[in-house]
Design a protein around this ligand. Structure first.
Ligand code: FMN
Length: 223
């Protein structure tokens, strides 16, 4: 698989098979991705991987806390800017609509939407759950470095026949994540990520999101 194929076949997988991923594979992916660039080579990413018993224990802990806290604990950062404007607002809306359409959940089916959203907090059934953190004193440049590391993880995962779903949704359970992982106080959770083998039969995995044409975001001059 070349890089273009890895990019083209990566998608956000939201239903996984329970097939375990060997520790050596997870190590190889996280290690290869560390070749990602970062400003000043700070390598600000910190990653935690859960599988097996600790993963089951963690998911059960979050589930036990949901009834008292259906919206979670609140994110430590704004996942989106307030009052998102065009064209971003329409893109976000379409992505949600298209996602729920794959499983026949309509706009007014609030319960159906909530149920699907809650699947985030089971890593969509993936056998591996990853958490990406960074020192809370870091700024936007280092956040972008962590994003690059995450993208590398997602692409190398494709090389191993695996799929992923980045999950900012986990940020709303940042206290529980911090407590379970015993995160040092300076570390802040940015995002989770589900990792595993795609359930090819799951309708939700049929979603393929579109992209704006090159002319909308790139200007090439002097060619
Ligand atoms: C940092 C980051 C966090 C994300 N968080 C979530 C999430 O919490 N739950 C989810 O279902 N998808 C999440 N996504 C997936 C995006 O919705 C998805 O990447 C986007 O719609 C494009 O679709 P694609 O990944 O299938 O190409 C996240 C993506 C990124 C890059």
């Amino acid at each position: 698989m070349n890089v273009t194929e890895a990019i083209a076949t990566r998608m956000s997988c939201r239903a996984f098979l329970p097939t375990p991923v060997p520790e050596a594979t997870v190590r190889a992916i996280l290690d290869a991705a560390a070749q990602s660039p970062s400003g000043g080579n700070l390598q600000p990413w910190r990653v935690y991987a859960l599988a097996g018993a600790p993963l089951a224990e963690f998911v059960a802990l979050v589930r036990s806390r949901m009834p008292a806290n259906p919206r979670g604990e609140g994110s430590e950062y704004d996942i989106y800017p307030a009052d998102l404007w065009e064209p971003y607002r329409a893109r976000r809306f379409k992505c949600g609509e298209d996602l729920y359409a794959t499983i026949g959940v309509t706009r007014d089916d609030k319960f159906g939407r909530l149920l699907q959203f809650a699947r985030n907090f089971e890593f969509f059934g993936a056998p591996v759950g990853l958490f990406f953190c960074l020192d809370r004193r870091m700024g936007p440049p280092q956040w972008s470095d962590v994003g690059m590391y995450m993208q590398s993880v997602m692409l190398v995962a494709r090389e191993h026949g695996l799929h992923t779903c980045a999950q900012e949704a986990w940020s709303v359970w940042h206290r529980t994540v911090g407590e379970f992982l015993a995160l040092p106080p300076e570390l802040m959770l940015f995002s989770g990520m589900a990792l595993g083998y795609r359930d090819e039969a799951a309708p939700i995995n049929r979603l393929r999101t579109d992209r704006a044409p090159l002319e909308d975001f790139a200007q090439l001059r002097g060619f």
